[in-house]
Write a protein that binds this ligand. Structure first.
Ligand code: NAD
Length: 525
């Protein structure tokens, strides 16, 4: 069944959004850029909005044959794309950025409606895509390697970076489009072709992005297969991880998923870029500026309804200010505006689905069995506006760092308050005392404390912030984390290098053939 936008049970505003994004049909199983495929005869999946339960689309899940077709098309496209000079590839990305600017409001709304984050955050996500396009355009003129001096006379040595081929991108539901763009725009200027498998929970925003890409490819008469989309679940992700034709798999999601992808890619000695779960803490020392800290804590803990990889999950507070912080939080939490994500007054939208709600309530139950004390929140909301059962009241729990539930990442708005005494090194030890290593922060106006936090004996995370919360990274820095967060880096800085293969070249411009290390190897004529 081909499903058109006008057949969807959506309100007019959202139908208009889909039309603005150029979407006519919502259920292709794959796209090779210019062409769409697999609208019929595939396993169907109904996608509903966590905001109001409306059916947004019934998408088709790609088959193994569809996947194969996409890979073959991508391989052909690579032969053309890699020969396009990098700054010209940058020009294509510039045009994608311009289209994203044009569609920012519509795409932001769709992100908000499909994923459940508030409209402001939906807009922020699209802005992040625009920012990475700008970054990638500049980068397209700077894919540089080093030159070095040879030990041999009249020899020259240098390094260059070449494209890899197909980059597989597996993304998570919570940043349904931004994480793809972080990978895809850098990979594209590097000369790679991309196959994107968005989360099966948020495929429609993937389809929307593919429409935007399609316009640019068509306007520039580029071949299909440079930017590909494949709709599927873990099965397609697994095909990609095992596929030798995909030299790099960039996977964002849970640590559980990352271990499987890492193992499959590792077994074939491919490259993987893993961006996995976090268990992020803010340290509040006695010298913290309380007003600044409170805003960062609440945004970090309840923003995106606690569904950011960088969400603040633990607050490590000095015992002398503990009661004061607790009191302030208990004043703010009960008044948080929870509601429809497209309502301008809302600060906390819904969780993605009922499974996420169950994970939230189970975690609260278990942590209380371990000795944790629920201070506020934890209810699943019902009644007017909350009929979906996906709206919850963010919770604050007094806990200890070693509790099993505190050690886990529960992808929901639960903030654990943990007390520390003595100096900042005790707080840092608690902060580092989890399996994950994504984001961390300290609020302190004492240089000795902040430098201890940033020193090599300080935070063990990929991101360590001072007087800024754990969430809301800029694209200019490399993004990623250590330990069970997977070790990958993407986005800014020199993260582009992972999308390329490195080659060392030595050139002899003499008429002699001296060997390195002075080795003598004369053959008799
Ligand atoms: P998830 O692990 O359930 O799914 C993520 C993606 O992996 C989906 O596209 C899914 O289809 C795919 N997948 C699942 N099993 C797979 C397998 N065996 N092989 C290949 N692909 C597979 O995660 P989610 O619920 O969508 O997202 C939430 C998680 O993502 C959280 O743990 C969060 O911390 C993490 N996350 C991390 C970052 C980061 O940059 N570190 C960013 C966003 C989200």
């Amino acid at each position: 069944m081909k499903q058109t936008v006008d057949e969807l049970p959506l309100n007019k505003e959202l139908t208009d959004v889909l039309h603005q994004l150029g979407i006519k049909q919502v259920n292709p199983a794959y796209s090779t850029g210019l062409a769409w495929g697999g609208q019929e005869g595939r396993k169907a999946r109904t996608v509903t909005s966590p905001a109001d339960g409306a059916t947004i689309a019934t998408v088709n899940m790609a088959s193994a044959e569809d996947y194969d077709k996409v890979v073959t098309t991508a391989q052909e496209a690579f032969k053309v794309w890699r020969k396009v000079p990098a700054p010209k590839r940058g020009e294509i990305v510039r045009q994608i950025g311009d289209k994203l600017r044009e569609h920012k409001e519509a795409l932001g709304k769709l992100v908000s409606y499909e994923m459940g984050k508030i409209y402001q955050e939906g807009l922020g996500e699209v802005q992040e895509m625009i920012d990475i396009c700008d970054f990638a355009v500049g980068l397209s003129r700077q894919l540089h390697g080093f030159t070095m001096h040879s030990e041999r006379p009249q020899h020259r040595m240098y390094e260059q970076y070449h494209p890899l081929g197909i980059v597989g991108v597996i993304s998570a539901f919570n940043f349904p489009v931004a994480v793809w763009s972080w990978n895809a725009m850098l990979a594209a200027v590097c000369g790679d072709v991309i196959i994107w498998k968005p989360s099966e929970k948020t495929p429609l925003t993937g389809v929307a992005c593919q429409h935007i890409i399609r316009e640019v490819l068509a306007e520039n008469e580029l071949p299909e297969g440079i930017f590909n989309l494949i709709i599927g679940d873990a099965e397609i992700g697994s095909l990609m991880s095992h596929d030798k034709r995909v030299p790099l798999v960039s996977a964002t999601g849970s640590t559980r998923m990352g271990k499987k992808v890492g193992e499959a890619v590792g077994a074939r000695l491919g490259k993987s870029l893993l961006e996995l779960g976090g268990n992020n803490a803010i340290i509040l020392t006695e010298s913290a500026d309380m007003e600044m800290a409170l805003r960062a804590i609440v945004f970090g803990a309840v923003g995106t309804c606690g569904q950011r990889c960088t969400s603040t999950r633990r607050l490590i507070i000095h015992e002398n200010i503990y009661e004061q912080v607790k009191e302030r939080l208990l004043k703010v939490y009960p008044n948080l505006p929870i509601g429809h994500p497209l309502d301008a007054t809302t600060l906390v939208g819904p969780l993605i689905d009922k499974d996420a709600v169950n994970a939230f309530t189970n975690a609260l139950e278990k942590v209380q069995q371990e000795g944790g004390k629920l201070l506020t929140g934890g209810e699943v909301l019902s009644g007017d506006g909350y009929e979906t059962g996906t709206y919850v009241k963010p919770a604050v729990v007094e806990a200890e760092n070693h509790y099993e539930m505190v050690q886990e990442e529960t992808f929901a708005p639960i903030l654990y308050l943990i007390k520390y005494s003595g100096d900042v090194e005790n707080a840092i030890e608690l902060q580092n005392g989890v399996r994950q290593g994504l984001s961390s922060a300290i609020f302190s106006t004492n240089l000795l404390e902040t430098e201890a936090f940033l020193g090599h004996w300080g935070s063990d995370c990929g991101i360590a912030n001072v007087n800024i919360g754990t969430s809301g990274a800029e694209i200019g820095g490399a993004f990623g984390g250590e330990k069970e967060t997977g070790g990958g880096r993407e986005s800014g800085s020199d993260a582009w290098r992972v999308y390329m293969r490195r080659q060392t070249n030595t050139i002899n411009y003499s008429r002699e053939l001296p060997l390195a290390q002075g080795i003598k190897f004369d053959i008799m004529d």
